[in-house]
Design a protein around this ligand. Sequence first.
Ligand SMILES: Cc1ncc(COP(=O)(O)O)c(C=O)c1O
Length: 349
Amino acid sequence: MTQPRYYFPGDTEKVNLDFAKLGFDYHPCPYRFEAVYELGVWRSRGVVEETSMAIPEGSQCLHYGQQLFEGMKVQTGIDGKIYAFRPRENARRMNEGARYLQGAEVPEELFIRGVEEVALANLPYVPPYGSGASLYVRPFYLGIDNNVGVKPASRFVFRILVTPVGPYFKGGFGPDQGKSFMVSAYDRAAPMGTGHIKAGGNYACSFQPGVEAKNAGFAEAIYLDPAEHKYIEEIGAANFLAFKGETLLTPKSPSVLPSITRRSLLQIATDIFGWPVEERLIELNELDEIDAAAACGTAAVITWIKEIADADRRWTFPFDQRWQKLYDNLLGIQTAEIEDPFGWRHEIG
Ligand SMILES: Cc1ncc(COP(=O)(O)O)c(C=O)c1O
């Protein structure tokens, strides 16, 4: 019988997990980070062990959805170091949400310290370089007053859980891994609503469209603009990209979540490859003239689209080598295989 192993925060030996076979699922890690906001100040509880949380039954997050979450990845580089990708951008996007939901902002330094502490505490669970897996980091934020009136909380919890993950869409990236998406008849966000922040409520109401798309044999739902149902918005938990001739296109809309992956890919496209980029309205009908399409996000990375279907039309797209170039460059920067001209890698240890 093998002896049980003990491990302490800071240990580097990896746990006995087949990292290369992981899907995008929750796998509990020993430690999470937590901070509490009360009487106007944030207090870090540091790294804690409890996987469950005790919060007041009258909490705004439970009744009124005063809740936010983020998603980012920590990866092992080719040099053996641990890197987060642009965590400050996630902190800023969470605070954009906190302002909209009338909650206390999380200081950026607290957010980043939390990401560092929780990644280091769970080091044996950070997938090794070359496994194709990464440590998914899920910061989240809850309004927790004991209350029944419809009003913002004055107390908040900020917690970061982590879990090792593989590809979001089964199969990951590759020329034979194109996915099919279904144009949804539903909206995920209102025209002047909360689509641009990562509030949990936006996702609860995407369950029905997402499940319908999956039941119909598609990977996910694609949403159109909620005002006219004429322009492409985004795809499940990913933004939309397309090549039309030389130009990389992406939808411009106030109800799309501003993806950090998308922003990074657009910058790689312009600054590294010199490709023209346009952020503008993209009509669904314009798919007739599109040469290649893809979904992008922290979880989806780049997932190229082989088919989009609505109630009575189907568009098919080939794999385009430019997706490969963008993918290789993004992952190369994230894992220190290539230099990082933009300062996006955040070294943790
Ligand atoms: C609705 C939605 N769009 C796009 C994205 C991609 O954003 P990012 O690249 O910052 O992960 C996400 C994931 O966070 C999302 O939930």
